[in-house]
Design a protein around this ligand. Structure first.
Ligand code: ASP
Length: 724
């Protein structure tokens, strides 16, 4: 009796353990997924989320720009996304006089909304399983090349038809490594105007320090509006355009959130790799990420030292530093997370089970017996090339002067006039501090020399070891003394030779150590690394296709989801904190008191606007506060990834409760292996957004076009509501 009880418990536990994992394709919700969602509190139907016949939630979600998600929140095309997604746009309107990044920006009428050439949003109009059409004819292919060619031809014609003579932009994407293919048809709107953004001290509060962290206190949102022509169709910017009328927009819930509430997210996660073979994960977690982290640590240490010494350098390198530190921090979380999960061993264990399962029948042995040995063989070979690829990206081409040299050389090869080359190069020199870059060169060249196998050393490193007796410092001094790209002035002088005699100038480059190094590194990559990698990865793709198919057969009852590939997905979970280590518990939400606690006027990361402090002191929260507190951010167990930034966080009724903007550091390994106990998405509470728009910015008129909903019956509040 006792035993049986235990067995049932284990069953339930393991079901729950996997409950929050998954990035589901919208047109496949019917059946188990929607039932599971409903059993967890979701009140709507699959048709309410995705339908080809009626307006549905997917119509209120867009791809914002190139790599974020956004959502419609009014019948007049008002859109929310993250501050960090709108950052470039906000920056493009900023100047010393109108510093919108620092001070924020709010259009006080539609006339004041700012157009943004180059910014667009895409609506997913429909999606379709086109596997049959894509594979049509492949049964007659004799070789792998023929097979690929047939698929490519089919994909191109399916997309061309779906484009409906230019009305749509379509793409066919493989799922499960080509076991399925889906068509995605988008409509692009090009007139997207900036409506408002809080100051960075709210929108990016905590900056790098808090990035990937929970507890979080960032008001990471910005507001835009989509415009259309008088027919509600896409149109380039025109003063005649009118606000776009969406098929659907999100109502906003004023009910707030409680621990355990159902939540879901619709959005565009960029890339995950859950099916990775154990050896590949081991290399990624134990070689590739640690090496890249170490290289970035050195790069950041160099940048930081120079940034501390001069305000000018600090400004020049601020966004570069941010770009480097983002993945640096994420990878460290992922390394630790994978280690904590014993992820490689889990995969090895599964692969052993798989081997046994295959061995049970001759048919399986014939169909899949080669898979694991082939993975092992290919990855063993691929690892060498991966190290070089990582070093090229993280060390060699982290040196800015090499990138300048490369750009100048290409322009010269294209016979672009000297004046034009000089003009185009000016911008590149604006943000480079040569003493810093020189140090980067020396350090990164030494790293390449130490970390790569000798067979991948360019000849020039051999010379440094011989001619300079391995003294990289002396070599670096020589390189930066002599190269014609050592400064804009030197480049100007050199281009005068080029102007008179192109051949002579080219010859001069061939003798310059920097250009010699550039040429040799490029050759190693393009002639040896890339070709080998592409042959190996192509073979891998075919193996993965069969690997995933075999896994479907091995676990017939299991729900699988395809890896993220920047197509619209649904993920669901619940509002929840977590416990990262013994005796430490993180609650599920933060409040404005936490912002005030963290605030430090002498620390740029934690400066807050005076007005926010006043609102806090006066408890002037309008209808957005709860019992004298102002909610700011919350966490939930939705399975998200990069690209989900700006995604709507939705409640059981399909209403907006927040905007997703990050994940917790302890859960950043979710792209490789999801841990329900540890992985959390982080969202700004919609009430904080409304509070900032209304009370802080005085742009409350925007709320008039939104639909704010408050249910009469209050939800049950748990006694330990602040804890996970
Ligand atoms: N911060 C990410 C993004 O920009 C979201 C994430 O990785 O969770 O898309």
């Amino acid at each position: 009796m006792k035993r049986q009880f235990l067995a049932i418990l284990i069953l339930i536990a393991s079901f729950n353990a996997k409950a929050d994992e998954g990035m589901w394709l919208l047109s496949l919700l019917d059946g188990y997924t929607i039932e599971d969602m409903q059993s967890k509190g979701f009140k709507l139907t699959a048709e309410d989320i995705y339908s080809v016949n009626q307006a549905c939630l997917k119509d209120a979600v867009v791809i914002f720009g190139g790599g974020c998600t956004g959502e419609l929140i009014s019948p007049d095309g008002l859109l929310l996304t993250n501050h960090h997604c709108g950052y470039g746009t906000i920056q493009s309107h900023s100047s010393v006089e109108n510093d919108y990044l620092t001070d924020g920006f709010w259009a006080m009428s539609r006339e004041e909304e700012l157009p943004n050439p180059g910014l667009s949003v895409r609506f997913l109009r429909y999606m379709d399983d086109v596997t049959g059409d894509v594979l049509d004819g492949t049964e007659n292919a004799d070789t792998r090349e023929e097979y690929e060619a047939i698929i490519q031809g089919n994909v191109a014609s399916i997309a061309a038809v779906a484009n409906a003579e230019g009305k749509y932009e379509s793409t066919v994407r493989p799922m499960f490594y080509g076991n399925q293919y889906f068509l995605f048809v988008y409509e692009r709107y090009n007139d997207v105007r900036l409506v408002g953004a809080p100051p960075s001290s709210i929108g990016n509060f905590g900056r790098d320090n808090d990035n990937w962290m929970w507890p979080r206190h960032t008001g990471d949102f910005s507001v835009f509006r989509i415009y259309a022509n008088s027919e509600n169709e896409p149109a380039g910017y025109s003063a005649e355009n009118v606000p776009y009328q969406p098929r659907k927009f999100f109502e906003i819930s004023m009910d707030g959130i409680e621990k355990g509430d159902f939540t879901m997210i619709l959005g565009y996660p960029g890339s995950t790799q859950q099916f990775l073979y154990s050896r590949a994960l081991k290399h990624f977690a134990e070689v590739s990420m640690p090496m890249r982290v170490d290289l970035r640590t050195e790069r950041m240490e160099i940048m930081d030292r120079y940034m501390q010494q001069s305000d000018e350098v600090r400004i020049q390198y601020a966004s570069k530093y941010r770009g480097v530190s983002n993945a640096w921090k994420k990878w460290q979380g992922a390394i630790r997370g994978l280690e904590r999960l014993d992820a490689v061993q889990k995969k090895v264990k599964f692969e052993n089970e798989f081997r046994e399962w295959v061995g049970e029948s001759e048919d399986r042995t014939e169909a899949y017996g080669d898979l694991l040995p082939s993975f092992e063989e290919i990855y063993t070979e691929l690892e060498h090339f991966d190290v070089i690829r990582d070093l090229m990206g993280e060390a060699v081409f982290a040196i800015e002067i090499l990138r300048i040299a490369s750009a100048v050389e290409y322009m010269m090869m294209d016979s672009i006039p000297a004046e034009e080359i000089l003009n185009r190069s000016k911008r590149m020199y604006d943000d480079i501090h040569l003493p810093l870059d020189k140090e980067m060169f020396r350090t990164m060249m030494e790293n390449y020399n130490d970390l790569s196998p000798v067979e991948f050393h360019p000849d020039i490193l051999q010379e440094v070891n011989e001619k300079y007796k391995g003294d990289f410092n002396a070599w670096t001094e020589d390189v930066y003394d002599k190269t014609p790209v050592r400064s804009l002035e030197a480049l100007g002088d050199f281009l005068r030779i080029y102007e008179r005699n192109q051949g002579k100038a080219m010859k001069k480059l061939k003798k310059d150590d920097l250009f010699i190094a550039l040429d040799q590194f490029r050759n190693i990559y393009t002639q040896r690394v890339r070709p080998a990698e592409s042959v190996l990865t192509e073979s891998l793709e075919h193996l993965y296709k069969r690997w995933v198919k075999a896994r479907f057969e091995m676990k017939p009852g299991k729900r699988f989801y395809p890896d993220a590939n920047f197509t619209m997905r649904l993920t669901y979970g619940e509002v929840k904190g977590y416990s990262p280590e013994d005796a430490v518990k993180f609650g599920y939400h933060t409040t404005l008191s936490g912002v005030i606690e963290k605030s430090r006027q002498d620390q740029p990361d934690y400066v807050i606007p005076e007005k926010l402090r006043e609102l806090y002191e006066d408890k002037d929260y309008g209808d957005y506060g709860v019992d004298g507190t102002m909610p700011v951010c919350f966490t939930a167990s939705n399975h998200t990834s990069g690209g989900n930034s700006g995604s709507p966080v939705i409640d059981a009724e399909g209403r907006l409760i927040g905007i997703n903007f990050d994940r917790n550091w302890h859960g950043t390994m979710s792209d490789e292996m999801y841990d329900p106990g540890m992985c959390r998405n982080i969202a700004v509470d919609i009430r904080y957004i409304l509070f900032i728009i209304d009370r802080f910015a005085g742009a409350g008129y925007l709320l008039d076009e939104m639909v704010l909903v408050e249910e009469e019956a209050p939800t049950v509040v748990e006694a330990d509501a602040g804890m996970n």
